[in-house]
Design a protein around this ligand. Sequence first.
Ligand code: XMP
Length: 326
Amino acid sequence: MDSNKRPETMERINTEALAQAFIDDQVGRLQGQIGDKKVLLALSGGVDSSVVAALLIKAIGTQLVCVHVNHGLMRKGESQQVIEVFKNQMGANLVYVDAADRFLDKLAGVTAPEQKRKIIGGEFIRVFEEEARKLEGIAFLAQGTIYPDILESHGVKAHHNVGGLPEDMCFELVEPIKLLFKDEVRVVGKALGLPDGMVYRQPFPGPGLGVRCVGAITRDRLEAVRESDAILREEFARAGLDKTVWQYFTVVPDFRSTGVKDGKRSFEWPVIIRAVNTVDAMNATIEQVNWPLLQKITDRITHEVTGVNRVLYDLTPKPTGTIEWE
Ligand code: XMP
């Protein structure tokens, strides 16, 4: 039987009881496959890698080594949440790598979107490889491959980026959720006790805030993206929109405009808000956010975020715009 094909008889996991049965079954299988060996996992904090981490912690405890690479392009509070949930609450064997300077130095002055993506992806593999070489006795590499990855890209999980390890680093793969659809991964994650903020979070691109700091990334403008994104997420959550809107974020372009602040002229960046709905990310429509909420977010961003004097709302559906700005 092809282990990459979902059996037609496999029931859709949509209840706590079915999730629990899946977890019990997988824990047994993982223990059988892994024995007393060690497993390595790149833990980004996204839904898929988080669910794989929680499953493996349940199955083999500290034989799992999680590596969390903070590339400096994470959203506000994200790396801290990974440490809090996995290390502090679940007792995971977690290696935290603060590689922000390394990524930002490599990205300095680079303006082309695909070049930025290449640098971020390439650097990620190098950092992960360095950490893997420091560890002894790793036999397996765990990956958060899910069924759509297998259907769409023949099993290569592009945004996990660990597929590019050099040939001498030969690990056997552990992919416990490879036959699950995204909604099932979330049900399993919930049953494993992961927080809602992790289980139901919106899609976040591998290159992180790097593709939302348009053009050459500078540290101050990146902070403006991170802080404005945090305000948008907070206000959307307060209004209940975090449960209904598919993806929402802020973008800071690399130009300034004139404004007035505290009775003086300012020359600062605009923040662009984007909030879209879609089924498959191929086409997207714009969320019709109510006016008072937009005004409140504008007020907060222009007062709380350093270097920003305007807020714009992107009304462009996909097509003609893509969801991200780069
Ligand atoms: P676009 O901008 O192409 O985005 O309309 C469609 C969806 O894909 C996400 N996206 C990415 N995800 N690496 C990722 O892992 C990337 O380089 C990347 N670029 C876009 C985007 O956030 C949206 O959900």
